[in-house]
Design a protein around this ligand. Structure first.
Ligand code: ZN
Length: 489
């Protein structure tokens, strides 16, 4: 730990102590123990203070997992997705869901329930069909990628070429590519790396004259399911239709192409991009006892989804645990020093449009306004712990907070991370944040596919995720010190 940071932390602790003395009696512990140092160089007083939250953390967890709140998160999520279905940005279904959530948050007696506008893209899927027409007929299940253009009416019929990687594609001349449908069949190398084919494939192929791209779905496992997702057209490059096909079909096409088989595909897509529309982030608070509109602790997930499946996993679960964490803390009469603010983002799937709008609107005062950002957008399976992004002092404090989650068996701690896609707009610039780690080994099996449904969500695991969320947010919001940060603009 750098000396100056340590000084800042001590100073913050002292300021915190003065404030804390007004609102609770933990000050005695600080005065007794502050001289001690642990391996992370946290003052003993602060260490003891964090440990002092164990009984309240255990109580929050047991009430949510085994008490009167058990099962509510799953029930509420199932009611939401069964009532409104998928929630694509720009759709009436998403806006109706937002209206419904606002009403329900008010019924839960949350405070400052409101929405804030954000502009989101409005892409719509139309009729989509792909057929291998030669050397034999085979239907190719597909899903156009968000923001893809359609084909001309009646579709296109073109010869096929297939490659495994961008490197392999680079070695092929434009002459060979011109007029073809290019099929990218990357091996699964984890989401972050493999997804580049989905996001950039169309522009890479278009530069050499391809007429469309079909991409192996970005998943490690498949039972014949195409998976959609976002994609970006590079500026100045001709926009060509782009869709994902199943792992099985993509691999077959690659094998056949390498054997020298001539293949022809008929591809028809009526997908189109409309004018952007105004959507809304959905916000509710548990107002702090000491700080009301500063040093806010954000808990968040996104309410929008792709248009296939019902977005129960991505990210209905993350949105619901953020909302219900506040509901249950409120029902327990627990009110921390700082405000906990649930934000259910809109337009995440097309590129964090809700978070971008929110960031722009709150930019001026953001250093004062925000203390910490939680986000859950990588599944709500059985929780393992929390991963963290922030400076060393913040990390030392947060490590101790995570240790409190032992009754959930959720004490794993990893760093650094982006904290989650939406909140990375803040955490990448030095705001501290954390993302829910869970046993999500099968997350990408269902991700962005028709398989993203309530069947993936387990009531007990959702309770555990809500409990972890509520307990961690409560402790961070109630500590006598704010979580330290080094913010770049
Ligand atoms: Zn998501």
């Amino acid at each position: 730990m750098e000396a100056c940071r340590y000084f800042v932390l001590l100073a913050a602790l002292l300021v915190g102590l003065v404030t804390a003395s007004l609102v609770d009696n933990r000050i005695d512990q600080f005065e007794l123990d502050r001289s001690g140092i642990n391996s992370c160089n946290l003052p003993d007083g602060l260490l003891q203070e964090i440990k002092g939250y164990q009984p309240i953390v255990n109580k929050i967890i047991s009430r949510i997992v085994d008490g009167e709140f058990a099962g509510i998160t799953w029930d509420s999520l199932s009611l939401l997705v069964d009532t409104f279905g998928a929630r694509l940005a720009g759709s009436e279904q998403l806006e109706k869901t937002i209206d419904y959530v606002v009403e329900q948050m008010k019924l839960d007696q949350l405070e400052n329930v409101h929405t804030e506008n954000a502009t989101v893209p409005h892409w719509v899927r139309g009729y989509e069909n792909a057929q291998l027409v030669a050397p034999f007929k085979k239907n190719l299940p597909l899903l156009g990628l968000g923001t893809t253009v359609g084909t001309p009416r009646g579709g296109i019929i073109a010869d096929v070429m297939a490659v495994e990687s961008f490197e392999e594609f680079e070695s092929i001349t434009a002459e060979q590519v011109k007029g073809k449908i290019v099929v990218f069949v990357p091996k699964w190398e984890g989401y972050g790396k493999t997804v580049l084919y989905r996001s950039k494939g169309a522009s890479v192929a278009s530069k050499k004259g391809a007429v469309a791209t079909l991409i192996r779905s970005v998943t490690p496992f498949s039972i014949g399911s195409p998976h959609t997702g976002g994609q970006d057209y590079e500026e100045g490059v001709k926009k060509i239709p782009s869709a994902c096909i199943t792992v099985e079909d993509a691999e077959m096409i690659l094998r056949k192409y390498r054997r020298g088989d001539q293949m022809t595909i008929h591809l028809e897509m009526e997908d189109r991009n409309l004018e952007p529309v105004i959507s809304r982030n959905t916000i509710a608070e548990l107002v702090g006892t000491t700080y009301t509109n500063s040093s806010v602790v954000v808990v968040s997930g996104h309410l929008d989804s792709w248009d296939v499946g019902v977005g129960a996993m991505d990210d209905g679960g993350g949105a619901l645990i953020s909302w219900k964490a506040l509901t249950f803390l409120n029902a327990m009469g627990l009110r921390p020093k700082r405000t906990i603010r649930a934000i259910l983002w809109t337009g995440e799937e097309e590129g964090y449009w809700g978070a971008r709008g929110y960031q722009a609107a709150h930019k001026e005062n953001e250093k004062k306004e925000f203390n910490f950002f939680f986000e859950s957008d990588i599944g709500t399976f059985e929780p393992r712990g929390l991963d963290f992004s922030g400076n060393k002092d913040a990390e030392c404090i947060f490590r101790e907070v995570v240790k409190l989650m032992s009754s959930l068996n959720a004490t794993d701690f990893e760093t650094p991370t982006d904290g989650g896609p939406d909140v990375s707009l803040w955490t990448r610039r030095g705001f501290p944040g954390a993302s829910l780690m869970n046993k999500n080994e099968k997350y990408f099996w269902f991700h962005h596919s028709a398989g993203d449904s309530m069947a993936v969500e387990d009531p007990k695991n959702l309770d555990k995720c809500t409990a972890l969320w509520a307990a961690a947010a409560y402790v961070v919001a109630d500590l006598s010190v704010s979580i330290p940060k080094d913010v770049n603009d």
